[in-house]
Design a protein around this ligand. Sequence first.
Ligand SMILES: C[S@@+](CC[C@H](N)C(=O)[O-])C[C@H]1O[C@@H](n2cnc3c(N)ncnc32)[C@H](O)[C@@H]1O
Length: 319
Amino acid sequence: MIVHPSQFPDAVQRQLLDGLRLGQVPPKFLYDSDRQTQKWLAVHRAHSPSRTDAGVQSIYDLAFDESLGQAAGELVCLVGLGCGGGQKDTRYLDKLKSIHPVVDYVPCDVSQAMTLVACEAATAELPPERIHPLVCDLSNAPDLGQVLDGMLPSQTRRVFTFFGMIPNLEPDVILPRLAALLREGDSLLLSANLAPGDNYRSGVEAVLPQYNNAETRDWLLSFLVGLGVPATAGQLRFGIEEIDKLLRVVADFVFSKALELTINGEPLEFIAGRSLRLFFSYRHTKRTLTRSLAKHGFSIAASQVDSCAEEGVFRAVQV
Ligand SMILES: C[S@@+](CC[C@H](N)C(=O)[O-])C[C@H]1O[C@@H](n2cnc3c(N)ncnc32)[C@H](O)[C@@H]1O
């Protein structure tokens, strides 16, 4: 397994402390430990439409089938950016294998535990020597292209998946990184959580209850408890926020009493009434997604949207 310097312990601890001081926990920390991985996998099993709704599973299959023609070539590598448990990537590997003699897989995630779960899932489709795990913070790895060049033969065509990532990462940080990563012949499939209906804000309001459930609360609070913050020190509040004409669901922990903590020898103080941003998740319409992608030189070449209009899988190309 390769661990990129963005996930070396000192860098990670520094980022955590800076984030806590600013009142904004970088999303990666919600996934980044064995415990958080298990909690998130429980959320995913219980609430991800891709696991619970056959209609949503089918849009992934349709997107994989549609993309196969684009990935022609002898050597193909699926690079799962933010692979999570690797369930979707594994379904894609099954299809890629049927038309390509050699398929490699790079499961890439900020969480080592998640990356290992994805490796294990992929062994159902590929021999272990074709699976090359990479632990990396995509927001802090401008050299990811070089890292991949060092891992794969130069003539390999890369098929990138970027599933469930658009909601949790800042578009103006991650989309330029993706734009720099892709080279001619590569393809990119990404998914986005959508706001159903004709009115963007009403659509986001309609899906808000999907976030406020026992498994999600447990996942978010367990991160705080792991830091030494008792769950009783405040309340978790869900809401909707608008940034740059995009709407996102947010969850903040609002301290009801003052708390002092020491993390890695550094003191931290939270005063009563202070709020800590734990989670955000951008919801899109096809129009807002098209606009965000276009700002960074991408257009949508193919799209599959589920019948409830809550999730879409898109093949993006550089224009
Ligand atoms: C919502 S999950 C999606 C997982 C999977 N792709 C799927 O669709 O089921 C987000 C994944 O992104 C990873 N992640 C979050 N921030 C990241 C970052 N900055 N760099 C790399 N991976 C990140 C998390 O560890 C988690 O596995």
